[in-house]
Design a protein around this ligand. Structure first.
Ligand code: ZN
Ligand code: ZN
Length: 688
């Protein structure tokens, strides 16, 4: 109680302090960019010895799209701080984006004179030479940039971008492959690679690359369309080009006595093979078997319809509003309009769905899937067969934790994931959840939490579930909203900042750095350097976390940006894109898009992420630079970003960092991300 009181008092004090200083930075965060710039300019006049207010004015003006004015402020700042390479470099970029190549070059060169190894100035020089079509010098500086940011997928992407512009297709191919090695989710790199293969007549490879785009961006329009186009040209069967994952023998886990002794926990219903919105995919057909044998029962009647021997594969087809069951010979065993239960014939058994190219739902087409508990099949309107996994919640968690985090991560971070995943189950089960209409508590995708079933289980993550059995995170005695995300980019966002996320006192904003490290105050200029650099953070954890999840970038051509945005909003050709409101974490919460026909303002997190380019942005933590021709028309957009996910609640990569770098235990990790909450043991297990 005392602790809560202290926190309250502290936050009161903080907001007072913030109000007292309700100055330029608050204006900037609110999206009043021009007012913020004027306020910083006024501050600069009061403090003639400081460059910082001028730099902040420049940063605010740049965000507002006033590159020329921003550059003027930077020139003035250089009079006050003439040996700061970052100012020269940023000046170079502002000039570059306005097609002033001579001016940009001299600024980048000045930056490099002050600091020989300045990554952004090297990238800037390379970009200047590229636009001047000086191939050798462009490539020379790109090479230096690559040496300075070796883990950054953006480097290889920019290299490839330039190679493509120079029509050096073989080099472009290599650079794209390298970018994808560092960041397999990099759709903007995979699409051109597929295109290169298609032009070379390597149709199988091209098809495979488009298929892989769908792994990260389900239903991606270009990839789906191109796969259809290429299908007639393939020289191999799709299953040969991309062999499905097969389960060939029972999963043998390290003996886990405790797992055998897990008490019975409450049963939950999980929709399996669901899409991005958590709705079930089209299951026209399902093939299933079990190592233990299966009993098929009618849910309503309790009647036993069939006993399937071990390893025999049976079929369930969707036909005319019914589930048609067929035996291995293809003989119709029965037609069912109600719900069928497929139960393993032995305790602790599992049901396996066999992958088949004939299945429309990619989840069941691309890999064998294995589930503990039992399965319910029922006709799902016109969508095919609905498949629900009915499973005890503790057994379900065995499949969730390794689907959400890497089993090789530091053990305490796995335990933290187990506790917050369990808490999510309780909340969604109690509320009926968003999937009440669909007849399950949770879906198996990112929408709720990723669940890939038994074949994905690992010894470490299973032990983490067992070691925390029955533990959930609570706030004032009730389950806490344990939101989590993959990587915050270095700064956690408060839930109240984001439309539709509520205002929970424990979902606060803070730097994702060691709890003892004091937070550094941020302002627009520092934030820009922070985002375009590679600053230390819990979730900046090389070797464990992909660098591309912490910092990323992409370049989008004007044609593509205009096409994409006009699919959602008929604004005409894009003239300007301005991030307005930001959270103190830097996440963009309001985006203004100015088109020739009209201007729109977008505020929803997922809408902002989905709008800019052909795949969604990893997060709303980004800065956008607009590159224009001399005549002011847009050439392309450079987006620099950080993190993956909504940045609210627990940062999974940061939890790994806190456990691995600083030896924090799982309770301390959760106290860090959900301050004021506590771990409680709940009795949702039935005593034997
Ligand atoms: Zn869901
Ligand atoms: Zn983080």
């Amino acid at each position: 109680m005392r602790r809560v009181y202290l926190i309250l008092l502290f936050s009161l004090f903080q907001s007072r302090a913030a109000q007292a200083a309700a100055g330029p930075y608050e204006l900037y965060l609110k999206g009043d960019l021009l007012q913020a710039a004027s306020a910083y300019a006024a501050l600069a006049a009061e403090r003639p010895d400081q460059a910082k207010p001028l730099l902040n004015a420049a940063a605010a003006l740049k965000q507002a799209g006033r590159y020329h004015d921003a550059a003027t402020y930077l020139v003035r700042a250089l009079e006050r701080d003439p040996h700061n390479p970052d100012i020269y470099s940023e000046l170079g970029w502002l000039r570059f984006h306005q097609a002033d190549y001579a001016g940009a070059r001299s600024a980048f060169e000045a930056a490099i004179r002050v600091q020989a190894l300045h990554a952004r100035a090297e990238l800037g020089l390379a970009s200047v030479y590229a636009n001047l079509e000086d191939k050798p010098l462009a490539l020379e500086h790109l090479d230096k940039y690559r040496q300075l940011r070796p883990d950054f997928a953006g480097v290889d992407y920019i290299l490839a971008w330039n190679y493509m512009n120079f029509k050096m297709h073989r080099e472009a191919e290599e650079a794209l492959i390298e970018a994808l090695r560092k960041d397999p989710s990099f759709t903007e790199a995979r699409l051109p690679l597929a295109g290169i293969y298609a032009r070379q007549g390597k149709f199988n490879e091209a098809w495979n690359q488009y298929y892989r785009v769908l792994d990260y961006a389900p239903g991606h329009p270009i990839a789906s369309k191109m796969m259809k186009v290429l299908e007639g040209k393939l020289t191999k069967q799709p299953e040969e080009i991309r062999p499905p994952f097969k389960i060939t023998k029972p999963l043998v886990m390290e003996p886990l006595d405790a797992l055998e002794n897990l008490s019975d926990s409450v049963k939950i219903r999980v929709g399996i093979g669901t899409g991005v919105t958590g709705k079930q995919g089209a299951n026209n057909l399902l093939l299933f078997r079990s190592y233990e044998g299966i009993t098929v029962t009618g849910k309503a009647s309790g009647k036993n319809f069939a006993n399937i021997p071990p390893d025999q594969i049976w079929y369930a087809l969707y036909e005319g509003g019914a589930v048609v069951l067929k035996d291995p010979k293809g003989m119709v065993y029965g037609r069912f309009t109600g719900t069928l239960q497929l139960k393993p014939a032995r305790k602790n058994g599992s049901i396996i769905f066999e992958a088949s190219a004939k299945i429309k739902n990619p989840w069941f087409r691309g890999a064998d899937r294995q589930y503990r508990g039992y399965i319910e099949l029922s006709p799902n309107g016109t969508r095919g067969i609905k498949a629900v996994n009915v499973i005890e919640s503790e057994l379900y968690l065995l499949g969730v934790v390794p689907s959400e985090v890497a089993p090789q991560w530091p053990y305490e971070s796995l335990k933290a994931q187990a506790v917050i995943a369990r808490t999510q189950v309780l909340i969604r089960r109690a509320r009926g959840g968003q999937h009440k209409k669909e007849g399950y508590h949770l879906c198996d995708g990112q929408h709720c939490q990723a669940y890939k079933g038994k074949s994905n289980e690992a010894n470490t993550t299973s032990r983490a579930v067992v070691d925390t059995e029955g533990e959930i995170l609570t706030y004032h005695g009730r389950p806490a909203y344990t939101f989590f995300h993959s990587n915050c980019g270095g700064w956690i966002q408060a839930s109240k900042e984001v439309t539709g996320w509520g205002d929970s006192p424990y979902l606060v904003t803070k730097a994702d750095v060691h709890p003892d490290k004091p937070e550094e105050p941020m302002d627009p200029w520092d934030w820009h350097l922070w985002l375009t650099g590679n600053p230390a953070a819990n979730c900046n954890y090389p070797g464990r976390v992909r660098a591309s999840e912490y910092r990323w970038m992409k370049i989008i051509r004007q044609k593509d940006m205009t096409f994409r945005i006009n699919k959602d909003y008929s604004v005409g050709e894009i003239i300007d894109i301005v991030p307005l409101r930001r959270s103190p974490s830097g996440n963009v919460n309001t985006l203004r898009v100015v088109g020739k026909k009209k201007t729109v303002t977008v505020t929803r997190e997922h809408l902002i992420r989905n709008l800019l380019g052909f795949s969604s942005l990893k997060s709303t933590l980004f800065e956008i630079e607009i590159n224009r021709f001399k005549n002011g028309h847009v050439r392309n957009y450079w987006i620099y970003g950080g993190g993956w996910g909504h940045a609210i609640g627990l940062c999974q990569s940061g939890a790994a960092g806190l456990a691995g770098k600083y030896d924090l235990d799982y309770k301390a990790i959760m106290e860090f991300y959900f301050p004021g909450t506590s771990v409680r043991h709940i009795k949702y297990v039935k005593k034997k």
